[in-house]
Write a protein that binds this ligand. Structure first.
Ligand code: 4AD
Ligand code: MG
Length: 426
């Protein structure tokens, strides 16, 4: 037996025809002589009417919200029905009768996260998951067009990339290892054969604070490119972000509309993005009353103000002491790191990237300054021993990108099973 996707019913191509659909009961309402069922499948929802006296009547009375069903009937145009078409039902059978569904109207975000495994059935989460899937497709599409090779980095790692505070340790047989925080160091290995590489992979951070932009497991788009400058890298990042926004605006119209997102706004995310130095950003923040000294990092509040001022903006040339050991410094001023953050409204930092130390002696010095053991990084130092090249790269959090693009309250709403200090079930 073949079933018609509800999307095809709603676009009118089956008007007047008899169709078989299957899915789940999304809404149910009864009047004296009619049961109105809204059925959902993966593609859309459709209203189905069951009249008293039809052979489907008793099943329609019995069926509950979220029961799975097969339903058959004639498609009719009806302006009052959501989507403009409804099905006059003549056959209805229950596949799995649902118990009383715990999600009803107006429940708190917290409750909906507690029952995430059921809330994922909502139209809203469905739309977000479809956009998420497309965003990942467009990321791959972008890098393919630019001649990058997609690579698969390891998740178990023996040397930290982003500092000890957020490292997840684990027992690996009888050794102590970590979950990766970033694929960057391994991507750097691969540029020596492939030159332009990228990956989309999970990163893990033991983030203890609860914020709207931190997860302990997130998906990380990272790229690394040989023979490049920090300017090349900023161009690559802004091209990627605007490409993804434009493609989503074109291809996800239905989902954007259902989420109340203005596609036009995404279509207008154009390059080049503004670029300002850390020093200029600091002056502006001090003028706005922030008590922040040179050398301190910007927090969420500072980034929020910068984004309000500029929209999306690259901040570059940070004090080296607030950036990672691998950051290259400027020849004119060795206190400044060639490191850049892309700041966007509401979310703040969307990406971090930069130029990497490419000199062996300097790298060894930096490891020492950071209290890292040289022996743990011998493989990484080898890259500077054998044919070193200037190179740059960046990392972008997929959940932050989605939360920004879709105006969502938290990164938690962009991933099916968010992991935070408190959430790991189911
Ligand atoms: O700024 P981060 O820590 O930079 C790096 O990991 C570099 N090694 C990346 C690189 O150059 N290849 O992380 C990069 C991005 C952040 O800008 C943010 O978007 C995201 O990853 N991110 C998180 N997203 C969600 N939850 C967290 N806890 C995140 N930590 C970082
Ligand atoms: Mg960062």
């Amino acid at each position: 037996m073949s079933f018609t996707p509800i999307e095809d019913v709603i676009d009118g191509r089956h008007e007047g025809e008899h169709v078989d659909i299957r899915g789940w009961v999304y809404r149910k309402r009864e009047s004296k002589d009619t049961v109105f069922l809204v059925i959902r499948d993966a593609t859309n929802i459709v209203q189905c009417t069951v009249k008293r006296g039809s052979s489907a009547w008793s099943v329609a009375k019995e069926v509950t919200i979220e029961s799975s069903v097969n339903l058959s009937g004639i498609v009719r145009g009806d302006k009052r029905a959501p989507g403009g078409f409804e099905i006059s039902t003549d056959k209805l059978s229950i596949i799995g009768l649902a118990e009383v569904f715990p999600i009803t109207k107006d429940q708190s975000e917290e409750f909906l996260r507690d029952v995430r495994h059921l809330w994922l059935r909502s139209q809203r989460m469905g739309a977000i998951m479809k956009v998420r899937s497309e965003v990942l497709n467009f990321v791959h599409e972008f890098f393919k067009k630019r001649g990058f090779v997609g690579v698969s980095p390891p998740m178990f790692i023996s040397s930290a990339c982003e500092g000890g505070a957020t490292l997840f340790g684990l027992k690996y047989f009888d050794k102590d290892l970590y979950l990766t925080q970033s694929a960057q160091l391994h991507l750097e290995v691969l540029i020596y054969s492939l030159e332009k590489v990228y990956c989309v992979a999970p990163s893990f951070r033991a983030e203890k604070s609860r914020t709207i932009r931190h997860l302990s497991e997130y998906w990380h788009v990272e790229a690394e490119q040989a023979f490049t400058t920090i300017e090349d890298m900023m161009s690559l990042q802004e091209d990627l972000v605007s490409y993804v926004c434009h493609r989503v605006a074109e291809e996800c119209k239905k989902e954007l509309e259902s989420l109340g997102v203005d596609a036009e706004k995404l279509a207008k995310v154009n390059t080049p993005f503004k670029r300002i130095t850390y020093d200029d950003a600091l002056k502006l923040l001090q003028k706005r009353g922030f008590k922040i000294e040179w050398g301190e990092d910007f927090g969420f509040e500072e980034e929020r103000v910068l984004a309000e001022e500029f929209g999306y903006v690259f901040v570059y040339a940070y004090p080296k002491r607030i950036k990672a050991f691998y950051c290259k410094t400027y020849r004119e001023n060795s206190e400044l790191a060639m490191s850049v953050d892309l700041i966007v409204p509401r979310i703040g930092e969307l990406t971090t990237g930069g130029a990497r130390v490419d000199d062996k002696e300097e790298l060894i010095e930096r490891l020492e300054e950071f209290g890292l053991k040289q022996e743990d990084y011998e493989w990484y130092i080898d890259l500077r021993r054998y044919g070193t090249v200037p190179h740059t790269g960046f990392g972008l959090g997929v959940e932050r990108l989605l939360a920004w693009m879709l105006n969502l309250e938290s990164v938690m709403d962009t991933i099916p099973f968010p992991r935070t200090i408190r959430r790991f079930y189911p």
